[in-house]
Write a protein that binds this ligand. Structure first.
Ligand SMILES: O=C(O)CCC(=O)C(=O)O
Ligand SMILES: [Fe+2]
Length: 367
């Protein structure tokens, strides 16, 4: 696609027939039974039969979670937008082919939707950002920004509302309606609350990604998901795979080594994107560690070590930034200070941070 670095196959080739032939009729897919808003697993062959029924169809099904990154005949002609490939935390972490066998694949979804399908208000898992390209058909998005008020509304909806309501009793004050036509692409930033209506049969190519510019929002959404999980015991498959591990590994493999290098060079990185990310991720790691306490995770045993490592590198950096001020861990009150390090007032305000990020991202696409 012009300017985006997105590659998609020609829509004439990428039909439901082609997808069924490639996967084989017996290939099982999760679909949404639209009127019940319930997940139903069926073969792609059965889905196609229902798809080719005479309209108006008696039942509507919507495929929104068919990921094809490991099906070469379907994925070879798809390349997510360049920006996604650059900033995706999953891409970055797995670019060295470490832990390949557990890599989550989320950047090449096919969505196959029957006319009249709708998806109720939600935020994509883990507060992931989204790219969404209409190969054929059309979609109508109803969008609400992730303001504090709207997120509180969404939280209540998640915890108390009816799951299958297209129009819940209350709605955020301001909702934007966005029609996306064939050949168009949208990006949804982290945390955007959205509902989607499909006015005509549609095939969409889309993907989800976490990125360091939205660490706080991603974590905010994850907290809501955890609250919901606690209340309703939802399946892990509805959460961003390895969400906690991804943040842990990112800190361990990317943030700490980068901060260590800056510290060794005695670089003051106070104004850098790198620093704002590090200050964002530390409190998140502390909260994730506590959230995960009860659970067996791959990384639980090393969590404290990584948190300590990041805290001590932050301390070294703070001394570089403020050579005249005593920020040392050696002072008697250091234990407390260390615990609340992220709140230390050296942090630029969030709008400054944002501006900095916008400026910095093109310079440091690797971070
Ligand atoms: O196209 C749809 O029906 C839903 C798309 C969406 O928002 C999602 O899959 O998260
Ligand atoms: Fe979504």
């Amino acid at each position: 696609m012009d300017g985006l670095g997105l590659t998609v196959p020609p829509k004439e080739d990428f039909t439901l027939d082609f997808i069924v032939d490639t996967l084989g009729k017996e290939y099982m897919v999760d679909t949404i039974n639209v009127f019940e808003q319930e997940t139903i697993t069926m073969s792609i062959g059965s889905f196609a039969e229902k798809f080719y029924e005479e309209k108006p169809r008696k039942e509507l099904y919507n495929i929104i979670s068919l990921e094809v990154s490991q099906i070469s005949q379907l994925c070879n002609s798809i390349n997510p937008p360049e920006m996604v490939r650059i900033i995706s935390m999953v891409e970055k972490l797995w670019s060295h082919r470490k832990r390949e066998e557990i890599r989550p694949y989320l950047e090449k979804f096919l969505l196959i939707s029957m006319e009249g399908s709708f998806t109720t208000f939600h935020v994509d898992f883990g507060g992931s950002s989204v790219y969404y390209h209409i190969l054929s058909g059309q979609k109508i998005f109803y969008l609400a920004l992730p303001t504090q008020e709207n997120l509180e509304w969404f939280r209540k909806l998640e915890l108390e509302g009816e799951d299958n309501e297209w129009l819940p009793d209350s709605l955020p004050d301001s909702i934007s309606r966005l029609v996306i036509k064939q050949g168009e692409t949208i990006f949804l930033p982290s945390g955007v609350i959205h509902a989607v209506y499909t006015p005509v049969d549609s095939i969409v190519i889309g993907g989800n990604f976490l990125h360091t510019g939205s660490l706080k929002m991603q974590h905010r959404i994850y907290e809501i998901e955890m609250e919901k999980k606690k209340k309703f015991d939802i399946d892990y498959k509805f959460l961003f795979p390895l969400f906690v591990e991804i943040h842990f590994w990112y800190a361990k493999d990317i943030f700490i080594p980068a901060l260590r290098v800056s510290n060794q060079k005695r670089n003051n990185i106070k104004e850098s994107y790198e620093w704002s990310c590090i200050m964002d991720i530390l409190p998140i790691l502390i909260k994730l560690k506590n959230l995960e306490k009860q659970k067996e995770t791959l990384i639980w045993l090393s969590f404290n070590r990584i948190i300590k490592a990041i805290q001590s590198q932050i301390q070294i950096q703070l001394k570089i930034q403020n050579p005249d001020r005593s920020m040392g861990l050696s002072s008697s009150s250091s234990r407390k200070t260390r615990k609340f390090l992220p709140e230390i007032s050296f942090k630029p305000s969030s709008s400054e941070n944002l501006a900095k990020r916008n400026k910095m991202i093109p310079d440091k696409p690797w971070f």
